[in-house]
Structures are given as C-alpha cells and as structure tokens.
Design a protein around this ligand. Structure first.
Ligand SMILES: Cc1cc2nc3c(=O)[nH]c(=O)nc-3n(C[C@H](O)[C@H](O)[C@H](O)COP(=O)(O)OP(=O)(O)OC[C@H]3O[C@@H](n4cnc5c(N)ncnc54)[C@H](O)[C@@H]3O)c2cc1C
Length: 457
C-alpha cells in the first residue's frame, strides 16, 4: 500500500520525559534524524516531578565514598523486592547499564550529580541513589533538553501529541499519527513509545488497579496510557498491569509530600488514635495502602529538627515547608494538640517507640531506627496516593515490543512507564529508583538499538 506522508524521518519518539529524552539523545548522537513528539511540556512529566533519584552501581561517586556493590547485587535487590516477578534478563541489563547512565548524564549532558549518603532505603544492600541538584527531577529534564539542542538532526515538537501508530499490511510499524486532531502522518523507520503509564487515566485504573482508581494521583496529568493502548491494539502483550508505585507520605491539601528518607532517619507515623500501626521503614510504595487503611485514610508523621536540617536542601522538602504543611512544637503533648490527637496517648506511643528503638526490638518489626527524636518536634498530616503505574507493554532486552508468542512487533520500541516495569504486580514490588532506572535505561537501550538498526549495524 502506498503511503502519503506529511513528514518522513528516521525515528519518531512519542513522549519527552526521561525515557523519550534519553532515547532521543542516544539516537541523535549517532546521527539519526529524530522527531520527538510531546503532548504538552506545560503539564510536566513524571521525570520532572520525581526526586530524580537514579539508582546505579559502580559509579565514580560510589567508588569515592568507598561503597561496593555490583550490578548483580543491585539486580538481586530488585528481584527480591518484586518476589522474582520481573524479567531477570532485563533487570540485569538495566543494572549493568546504570553506570553508563550516570556517566552520560555527568560527562555528556553536563548534569552535576551527587550520591545520596544521608540514608539507605528499604530493600537496598548498598547505597545507590544519585541525584541532580536539589534532589529533583526538574534539572535532569532541563539538562537533557539543553543537550538535545546541540543536535540539528533532532526536532522537538511540543504540544504535538502522538495519536496512534501506522502499520503496513503485514503489521509492521511504519509511522505515527500526530497533532491535536491526530491527522498528521509522520513516516518513520522506527518508533519509540515513551509516553509513560496510565496514572492519569481513571478508566484504565479501574480496569487494572481498582484500589487506586479513586485516590489522589500525584503524577503528571498527561500520562493517559496512550502508548500502552496503541501497543495492545496492535496485539502486543502486556505485563504487570496491576503494578504501581504508591506514595505513603503525601500531604493532603498542600499538593506536596514528605520524603522517604524521613523514617530511615528516625521519623514515626501515628494514626488518628495516636497509635503507631506499621513499621515506618517499609517501602513508601506499599505504605500508601497501609496509611489509606487507617481511620479517615490519614496519619501524622512526626520527626525532629535533626531530620529537618538534614533534608532542608531538598527541593521537594522545601516546597513542603513553604506550602505550610508542617507544624512544630517543643513537646510531644503540644504537637499532639496541633494535630487534634490525644496528648496522653501520643506520649505513651512516643515513649514506647523510644524504648523499642533503644532495644532494637520494635513491636512492628522496624529495623531502621535512625537517632532518637528530640525537641523541637515537627509533624505533618499524610495520606496515601498513587505516584505512577508500573505495568505496560512487554519488551525484550533491546526494548522491542513483543507479542504474546514472544515475536517482535517490527520497528516498535517502548520504555519507561509505557513498558512493563521491573516491579512486578501490585504496589509492594517497587524498589526505590525502579521508575527512573526503567525510564532512562530502556530509553538509552531503545535509542541505541533503533539507531543501530537504522544504520544497518
Ligand atoms: C512524585 C513522583 C516522584 C518520583 N520519584 C522518583 C525517583 O526519585 N526515582 C525514580 O526512579 N522514580 C521516581 N518516580 C517515578 C518516575 O518519575 C517515573 O517512573 C519516570 O519518570 C517515568 O519516565 P517516563 O519517561 O516513562 O515518563 P514521563 O517522565 O512521565 O514522560 C512521559 C511524557 O510523555 C508525554 N506523553 C504522554 N502521552 C503522550 C502522547 N500521546 N503524545 C506525546 N507525548 C505524550 C507526557 O506528557 C510526558 O511528558 C517518581 C514518580 C512520581 C510521580
């Protein structure tokens, strides 16, 4: 069938978040003519909203800090957390490429990065989170956009959504539909779907993750599952569609959040009855549902000046402070009053926890205690929310989209939230950093593989 194109290019990438930008960079530096379609940068992407924590092993920063840890150990941590549900070969490949990601961002993109040595995370056997300035994803996205400007072979089309895939008579992908009315036809040798998951699509949430369909989603509004639906319509298989990252520390009414580091540094969480109800050092993803199950679906996280000072440079924590979500008091009883909790009950809970922490024998099985909390104290009301979805199109080790029989849909790649993630099913398989590892890692792999195929290598 002959095709009439409005435009033709080598590579079209749909979605300009971490995955799409990284894929574009990898392809552009190999001389590939690339069009990067973005629905709307004004509504932001999850990579921008993230803390920008990128997990890696064997980096220069870890070597300088004397931290050992191999890609295989990192992969074991990820697989232990997801109960062995994720594809082992892909997890291992992403862990092996993790140092390349950090090197590329620092040396080629010019992004200053630091290793977070403040605290570990639940499920980590060694410290591994590398962050852009302010521990925010926004500088990462800005730096990648800036780096792409060096390549005349990249066209960035903002406010130009992808609207579907175009295939030939044998089902091979040969282009995309684009533009506000979806009528523009762009012919391409390869297409990479990098439009994240379906955190902002209530209908898909009701189908795949009903328990999160009606709770707050703190992720970007543009992530409506487009790429996943287009892939499914072509017969692609999907995996781990019930998988998601929850967030247990969202401050309701303030549009902001507390940080996963806090419990690791010593914070505790109590419900409206002023009682602890969980080990606070669990993954923040599974804590979302645990907090939501409490009376009124809310809790109060309590920390102190030491924790406040350690985390003050963090951009997201500063937002929380500036939003007015914190209350402080010099005694536990006064703090209780500020949150309408029973002061006597909170004092009992607090003293019991301090005794447990000192004895390293917590009644909820907590293993990380940080230092004892001392005045002045801080607190914030928290609830559980959905951060982003982790299920998506099945891909192979080169990020090529697969059918249920394992065959490749020709010319089609997926990464980041559009591809099946590495967190398995449900919320508790998510290990801190899994989101950006998949986004940047599969973006890099897809960009490289698509470029090599186009160049005939
Ligand atoms: C609050 C929060 C904090 C997080 N913190 C971390 C963290 O510190 N570390 C970590 O590893 N992970 C973190 N995550 C997860 C991580 O942000 C995501 O997994 C990752 O950013 C996904 O990258 P992506 O490129 O797939 O999607 P995004 O970065 O969301 O980019 C997708 C882009 O595609 C665009 N798009 C969608 N549909 C279309 C279409 N039809 N046409 C064109 N464009 C389209 C969107 O507008 C968006 O710009 C966090 C997530 C949230 C919500």
């Amino acid at each position: 069938m002959s095709q009439e194109w409005d435009l033709e290019t080598d590579l079209v990438i749909v979605g300009a978040g971490g995955c799409g930008l990284m894929a574009a960079y990898a392809a552009a530096k190999r001389g590939i003519e690339t069009i990067l379609l973005e629905k709307d940068t004004r509504s932001g992407c999850n990579t921008e909203l993230a803390s920008g924590s990128i997990p890696a092993s064997g980096t220069r920063f870890q070597q300088a800090a004397g931290i050992d840890g191999t890609p295989e150990q990192m992969a074991d941590d990820i697989l232990r957390k997801n109960h062995g549900q994720a594809n082992r070969a892909i997890v291992l490949e992403l862990c092996r490429r993790s140092r390349d990601i950090i090197d590329l961002l620092v040396d080629e993109v010019g992004l200053p990065m630091t290793l977070n040595t403040d605290s570990s995370r639940y499920g980590f056997s060694f410290l591994r989170l590398h962050n852009p300035p302010g521990r925010s994803g926004a500088p990462l996205v800005a730096a990648l956009h800036e780096a792409l400007k060096r390549f005349p072979n990249v066209t960035f089309a903002d406010r130009t959504p992808g609207a579907g895939l175009i295939t030939d008579e044998v089902g091979k992908v040969i282009g995309v539909l684009a533009g506000a009315d979806g009528t523009e036809r762009i012919g391409a040798k390869k297409v990479i779907l990098a439009c994240d998951g379906f955190g902002a699509n209530r209908e898909m949430l009701r189908r795949f993750i009903p328990e999160m369909a009606d709770v707050t989603c703190i992720g970007a509004g543009g992530n409506t599952g487009d790429g996943i639906r287009w892939g499914m319509a072509l017969g692609a298989s999907v995996k781990h569609m019930t998988g998601y990252q929850g967030h247990g520390f969202v401050c309701p009414g303030y549009g902001t959040r507390l940080l996963p580091e806090m419990p690791m540094l010593g914070a505790i969480i109590v419900n409206r009855n002023a009682e602890r109800f969980t080990r606070e050092d669990l993954g923040y993803s599974e804590l979302a549902g645990i907090v939501l199950a409490q009376p009124e679906g809310r809790a109060v996280e309590i920390f102190d000046q030491r924790i406040y000072d350690i985390l003050a440079p963090n951009a997201h924590f500063r937002e929380t402070i500036e939003a007015g979500a914190l209350r402080s008091a010099s005694t536990i009883e006064d703090l209780a009053v500020l949150f309408h909790l029973d002061p006597v009950a909170l004092r009992q809970t607090f003293d019991a926890y301090q005794r447990d922490a000192q004895a390293r024998q917590d009644r909820f099985g907590r293993e990380t205690f940080g230092a004892p909390l001392t005045p002045p104290f801080y607190g914030a009301t928290i609830t559980g929310a959905l951060a982003h979805t982790q299920g998506g199109l099945s891909v192979d080790i080169h990020a090529r989209v697969l059918r249920p029989d394992g065959s490749v849909i020709r010319n089609l790649y997926a990464g980041g939230g559009t591809a099946a993630g590495i967190s398995g099913d449900g919320p508790d398989g998510y290990l801190s950093g899994n989101g950006l590892l998949s986004a940047l890692g599969l973006g890099l792999i897809a960009g490289e593989h698509a470029a090599a195929s186009i160049l005939g290598n």
